[in-house]
Structures are given as structure tokens and as C-alpha cells.
Design a protein around this ligand. Sequence first.
Ligand code: TRP
Length: 449
Amino acid sequence: MERGNFRSKLGIILATAGSAVGLGNVWRFPYMVGENGGAAFILIYIGCILVLGVPGMVSEFIVGRHAQANAARAYDKLSGGRPWRWVGYLGILTSTIILGFYAVVAGWCLQYLYAALVGHVNGSADYVRQYFVNFSTHPWKPVLWGVAFVLVTHVVVARGVQKGIERVSRLLMPILLLLLFILVVASCMLPGAMEGVRFLLMPDFSKLSSSVLLDALGQAFFSLSLGTACLCTYASYFKKETNLTASAGQIAVLDTGIAILSGLMIFPAAAAVGVSPDSGPSLIFITLPNVFTQAFTPAIGYVVSIMFYALMVFAALTSTISMHEIGTAFFTEELKQPRNRSAWILTTVASVLCVFCALSVGAVDIRLMGFSLMDFCDLLTANFMLPLGSMLTCLFVGWYIPKKVVVSELTNDGTLHMPTLLQRYFLLTVRVVCPLLIALIMLHQTGII
Ligand code: TRP
């Protein structure tokens, strides 16, 4: 069967960056920063990206582009059919779980975009809080919006790699960047905004604890879309000439830059109306609508709120597309089904999970180990499954596939120059540094050491 491919270099970067840039940047990163002491958390986060994230990304790229196959088959192909295929299965499972709970928050954003358009999100602080509580615990509204989001994702993925994924990313990513810049400027110009900028840029190390390390690590993996073979699947559509190391660097810079810009959009605005930045996951849905009504004139507040929720929806969509594609590519190639039909398998599974996650937020008491199903899925994937998947990929690339293959992928068969020192550094990190650090952090968190 003919495999899809990204058409252009820009398409490759925008689609992969589209996967990386998502609610992880605009929703999860700011509230994590708010809860974990501002700039101090950011510094640790950047450390995780540089030391573990970029080598992890390059590793997934190597597996995907070399094998030119879906996640499970890629590991299989490079290992001659040994149990490494299970790393691919783990990735497909993880990304489907993520899609299930991610679609709930993406659905909230879609609903808020609609509410912003019809002017429903403005009112007193109490009204805004009650609005969020009523909506998120409603028995069917969040369910419908979440499933709607999965269906929109389905439509894009079913159209294929070039006509669906690449085209949508090329359209939405530039709009997203433009909206972000406008909103950062609007937020930083508000009176009293400097307090928020200071919070974001001045480290307060007293808030740091060991769990911050795992949070930063989980957030780094989540934000780069690492550890679920998502990047491996996308890399299987890369061109022979794509420079894997440079692309990983560019995407990491873009992703981290956008996360920090999101902080610069949110914290100064929150500071301007005197709201504390550590209000957790509801920051975007309770704190910000207050900002829109209190800090701006009604007309500007209306436009700004629409721009903001449109940005959230766009960011979320290019990410859900990538989670969906991992499973869709797998079913298409393994079951030899037409793309549309395999996309339906994934849409069905993700929608069912999305329904239960959405209900667990308030309407129905669905708990696992003391957490609501929604929080459980988030913690389980970000803090355990992603680091595990990434650790296994590093071990696989470092120890298992022949060094010749690794070097040939890094240098595009010798046509690209890559200093030997850099090659050695890469091998050392994926063989020893990444697996060891990830294992230590995970063991520490589970209380074993
Ligand atoms: N990186 C995305 C974000 O920041 C989320 C995401 C997309 C993801 N694809 C993934 C996370 C695969 C883990 C694995 O919002």
C-alpha cells in the first residue's frame, strides 16, 4: 500500500510543531508554573527539555524514519520481530488514553469559544466561577463538546497525511502564532501587568520540592509529544533529506518559546486584576474570563476572549490530530483497512473514554485510586507512561539498533556533517543518561528510593 508523506519542509516542521504545541503549552504549562513557583520551575523544565527531551525526540525520529512504518511495526522492523513491538503498542495505548481526556478539555475550549461568540462568558466573578462549575459538571454538555472535538479530529485525519494533517497544520499554526503575539502584547500593556511578568521571570527556589522534578519531566515529555511513538509515526512521513537533529532542535525551541509566551499572555493579565497565579487547572476557564471582563472595555474584551478561545481550539486540534494518527496509521497498515475505516476504530474508542472522563469531572463519581478518572488518566500517562515509553525508546536506539543505522539516520547517509563529538554525546545520552535519570525520577516518585 502507498504510504502518505509530508510534502514540504515547512509542512514537516509545522505539522510536528502542531503536535507539540497544544493545551500542554497554553493550559497545562501555565498552571504548572503557577503551582510550582514560577521561574524556578521553568528553569528545571528547560533543563529537562535539553537533556532528556531533545535526545528523546531524535531517537523517535530515527526509529520512525528508518522503518517507514506505523509505531508497532517500526520497532518490530528494526529489531527483527522481537518483543520491542510492545513499545509501539504501549505508545498507541498511551496516546489513545491521552486523546480521551484531552478531548474533554478541548471540548471545554470549543464550548467557551461558542460562549465567547454569543457573549455568555462575561459577568461578575461569582457568575464566571458558577458558569464553569455548572458547565463542567453538567450531565451531557461537556460530553457532547468533547465527542464533537474527537469527530472534528476524525475528519482531518481521515483525509490523509498531506490533505488532512499537513494542510490543517499549515493553516492553523501561523494563525495561532499571530493570535498569541497579539494577546501577549494586550496582556502586558495592562496596568499592573509587571507583577505577573516578574513572577514568570524571577525564580523563587523556596517552592521547589522533589515532586517538582517529576512534574517538570512529565510536562516536558507531554509538551514535546514524547514517549508515545507519536513523533515516530510523524517521522515515518518525513523526507530522506530532513535533518533530524536540526528539526528536533527547532521544534523544541518553538514549543518552549510558545509555552513561555503563553505564560506571558496569562500571568500579566491575571496580575492586572489581582488574581493569584496558582489557581490550578481552572486558570483558563475561571481566572481568564474575569480578566476579559474586568481589564478591558466590553468591545475589546469581547474580541480578546474570542481570539483566546480560538487559539486554544487551534492548538488543541493540531495535537489531537497527532494522537489520533498514531492509532489510525496502525490500524490502516496492520488490518489493511481503508484509512477512513481505521480512523473510525480510533474515534469510537477515544469517544467512549472521553465520555467517561467528561462525566468523572462532576456529573458521575468515577474514581480510580482516589482520583477522578480524568485526573487519573492525566497523571498515569504524563508521569508514568510517557517517561516509560521514552526510556524504552532511548534504550532501543542506544543499545539495540546497530550504531551504523543510527549514524546513517543522523547524517542522512553521510550527506550531512555532524561532528563526531556530537554523535558521541547523543549516543551517551540515549544509552545511559536518559534511561538512568528517568528511572531515578520515577523510582523516587513512587517512593521506592
Ligand atoms: N504535545 C501536546 C501538547 O502539548 C500533546 C500531545 C500531542 C501529546 N500528541 C501527543 C502528548 C502525544 C503525548 C503524546 O498539548
